[in-house]
Design a protein around this ligand. Structure first.
Ligand code: NDP
Ligand code: OXD
Length: 309
């Protein structure tokens, strides 16, 4: 391979493990920090500044250091004509499966009911439920959502999935588009959000849509905080329409001290850890894709700049 220059920009993340992974997987490449006077061949970035792309006109591809690409929206105009490639799985699907399965098991095994009974010191047994009784809806059937839906179905839950275009996922009843949203949601006792953040998914989980879930349903948001209208969620929890919510992502991260989500008794908060990018696995994938591009071959994971995912 020709000697390559790669700009590494990790936003607010610790750059050291990424730099070390590049040294292991692309030892002949020069890894640059930004700003730099050099012209790079590739950029691997998280939340990069727009000025980077005004200076770097020789980029052959820009790699997102994560699965989501909403952090690139502010610079997408400057990326027209450049291949934008995102991380596909690289160890994140297994983490998402663990998180969703944990939430599904808690719903299935009535964890919040028993927690409330413990607070009231009430000893009351409830009937066992077969796994197939629990209907789980997964919004987004892509690399991560598709893996989650399949794993929950393999475990024995009744799983339905919703995507933009019709998708076939083994063991999963598939729905597509706005027109099928209400039918998709109607029986889902647990809704797992795995959508990307785009203009069509922003604030999608509002009072209207969440009210289409059956009474007693619970929400898991492991996708993006801006999908959810947080006040509508809190109102539906307080009114008893929703039983609980497990939230990993938020409109503003970290959440403010005064946010009601921290102290709501039926909200579980985790700090954007449902699936953490593993630098070793992500960089191995980026290095493999760079080798393909250098050889004139196609790569997967290309971002559609119009659809914004
Ligand atoms: P993909 O791009 O592979 O999949 C996206 C899915 O969402 C596709 O099935 C797509 O439909 C569907 N979709 C997009 N827009 C719409 C819409 N308007 N209506 C219905 N369906 C829609 O993404 P991944 O599975 O790799 O990742 C999903 C998201 O997970 C990321 O974008 C990121 O935001 C989040 N994430 C969160 C992490 C965390 O730690 N909390 C970690 C990693 C990712 P179609 O199949 O028709 O294209
Ligand atoms: C991602 C994330 O998009 O970590 O990869 O949220």
């Amino acid at each position: 391979m020709r000697p390559l220059k790669i700009i590494l920009y990790a936003g607010g993340w610790d750059v050291a493990p990424w730099r070390e992974a590049f040294a292991r997987h692309l030892p002949s490449a020069t890894v640059l920090s930004w700003p730099t006077d050099a012209r790079a061949d590739y950029a691997a970035v998280w939340a990069p500044p727009l000025a980077m792309f005004a200076e770097q006109s020789d980029l052959r591809a820009v790699f997102s250091l994560g699965a989501g690409v909403d952090h690139l929206v502010p610079v997408m105009g400057a990326l027209r004509g450049t291949a934008v490639v995102r991380i596909e799985d690289a160890g994140m699907a297994d983490q998402m499966i663990e998180y969703a399965l944990l939430a599904a098991l808690m719903k299935h095994r009535r964890w919040s009911t028993y927690a409330a009974q413990q607070t009231a010191r009430r000893w009351q047994r409830h009937d066992a439920r077969p796994r197939a009784d629990l209907v789980v809806g997964v919004m987004g059937l892509g690399v991560l959502g598709g893996a989650v839906a399949r794993a929950l179905a393999d475990f024995g839950y009744t799983v339905r999935g919703w995507s933009r275009r019709a998708r076939a996922v083994e063991g999963v009843r598939a729905f597509a588009g706005e027109g099928e949203l209400a039918a998709f949601l109607a029986p889902c006792e647990l809704l797992v959000d795995m959508l990307p953040l785009t203009p069509s998914t922003e604030s999608l989980l509002d009072r209207r849509v969440l009210s289409l879930l059956p009474r007693g349903a619970a929400l898991v948001n492991v996708a993006r905080g801006k999908h959810l209208v947080e006040e509508d969620l809190v109102a539906l929890l307080d009114e008893g329409h929703l039983e609980g919510a497990t939230l990993d992502v938020f409109r503003h991260e970290p959440i403010a001290d005064e946010s009601p989500l921290w102290r709501h008794p039926r909200v579980t908060v985790t700090p954007h850890v449902a699936a953490i990018s593993v630098p070793e696995r992500c960089v191995a994938q980026v290095a493999e894709k760079i080798a393909r591009l250098e050889a004139g071959l196609a790569v997967t994971g290309l971002v559609d700049l119009d659809a914004k995912y």
